[in-house]
Design a protein around this ligand. Sequence first.
Ligand code: CA
Length: 225
Amino acid sequence: MKLLVVEDEALLRHHLYSRLGEQGHVVDAVANAEDALYQADQYSHDLAVVDLGLPGMGGLDLIRQLRSQGKSFPILILTARGNWQDKVEGLAAGADDYVVKPFQFEELEARLNALLRRSSGFTQSRICAGPLLLDLNRKQATLDDQSLQLTAFEYRILEYLMRHHQQVVPKERLIEQLYPDDEERDPNVIEVLVGRLRRKLEADSGFKPIETVRGQGYLFTERCR
Ligand code: CA
């Protein structure tokens, strides 16, 4: 998933960037609200983590602005202010959840995963489509109960397509799932990865859930639940 992290404290920002990256996310990490608005305008994010105390525009105003621009991805607040009024104010501004600093990374991760599952309509930590099963926590796929050997990039593409099943996903959206910046944005890479993914899915079972929609992108045709 592609995440936006807004945190002015450099050490924590770096920590979030690397820990969330290790969890398989592509992270845009910025230090202020202005940069966050720019990133949100340029790219499609699946979730944002927003610190409330920021220099310049504060986290609450940032959240209000993102929502007024129609951004509907889940937003999790990081706050050093732990009283209930601040939490209520944050939720009222359009946030979905909050974590009070200092926090355990495991708690943050669990909350992020829950938000990501809910936002794509899945309440379990797994997604099924016919013979295919994705374990979202372990980042593993099985097909007909056999473990499917996928590279990290293949897994990310498969998870993204399944989360957006029965919708056409543009190639550019998939590229954003793999690379944090504009560099290396070669649509051919996506074609190669999708090709490999298809071969692995089809190999033993003949399962063909990924369709190419000419000039538009890819469609995961099976219903996921
Ligand atoms: Ca701060």
